[in-house]
Design a protein around this ligand. Structure first.
Ligand code: MLT
Length: 268
């Protein structure tokens, strides 16, 4: 079911499908909840999947000022309240993972398990923050086409770009349909996000960490760092995928999620 709810003063659109363990899937930047379509289809028989469009993205309304990871995490918690979901497995890819970390810090008792895909716990350094601001201005001044052209080679591997034009077109269309003001707000929010490395050894929930072997934005060494520090974690490297591993390797990605949800001691 696709729906929307008034959450913390904003209309937030979301997918809510399936029955079973509640699983929240948080999308990457600057995409939207439709990036999880293959996961929704594969998991809806064993999970209740809640996949929101983060504030400003997809069909959700945006706000003024930087869209911080904490604001987005509070949106997710308030949406779960509306849906009467107390605890859930919280999963996110890249920016979605940053929001999952923020959610965990704010609401640890609501996290039954964690899925951290192509993401990292480190905050941005000074260069990273400067680049975010340049990109925010570029999106506002020039629109999303140049951002899409610059991002695609980083999001998808060369083999994916050459071999699956439909997927390239789908990702491009998600990027170019994003609103420049929301993109700038999320870039500014990511630039000031908290470093989460200190949190890792204290994570009690079971965690599944996924990464594409060719991911250059959040490379396998970031995934290894998380897996070495999170006590109950398992790491799955998806061969040949770059940053959007759920889209590039949906069969392997879904199999890893299914194994994790069936075997890990996920308590809801
Ligand atoms: C994403 O895919 O969400 C972005 O690459 C995250 C980031 O820019 O740090």
């Amino acid at each position: 079911m696709c729906a929307s709810a008034r959450v913390r003063g904003l209309e937030i659109a979301f997918t809510d499908e399936g029955v079973g363990i509640p699983l929240v899937l948080l999308h990457a930047f600057p995409l939207n909840r439709t990036m999880w379509q293959e996961q929704v289809e594969a998991l809806r028989d064993i999970c209740r999947i809640v996949a929101p469009d983060m504030r400003g993205f997809g069909e959700s309304a945006g706000s003024h000022g930087p869209a911080t990871m904490e604001e987005m995490a509070r949106d997710v918690a308030a949406l779960l309240d509306v849906l009467h979901v107390e605890r859930a497995v919280i999963g996110g890819l890249s920016m979605g993972g940053y929001v999952a970390f923020a959610f965990l810090r704010l609401f640890p008792e609501r996290v039954a398990g964690l899925i951290l895909a192509d993401t990292r716990p480190q905050s941005d350094d000074e260069d990273g923050r400067r680049t975010r601001e340049e990109n925010a201005r570029r999106a506002l001044d020039e629109g999303m086409e140049p951002i899409a052209s610059a991002m695609l080679p980083k999001l998808l591997s060369q083999a994916t770009r050459e071999g699956t034009p439909n997927l390239v077109a789908r990702v491009r269309s998600m990027i170019v349909s994003a609103k420049p003001e929301s993109v700038a707000a999320a870039l500014r929010g990511m630039a000031i996000r908290q470093d989460q490395r200190d949190l890792l050894p204290h994570i009690e929930a079971p965690a599944l960490i996924l990464v594409g072997s060719e991911d250059e934005l959040t490379p396998p060494r970031d995934a290894e760092l998380m897996s070495s520090r999170i006590p109950h974690s398992q790491l799955k490297v998806l061969d040949g995928a770059a940053h959007l591993s759920n889209l590039e390797r949906p069969i392997e990605f879904n199999a890893a999620l299914l194994d994790f949800l069936r075997q890990a001691p996920v308590r809801v």
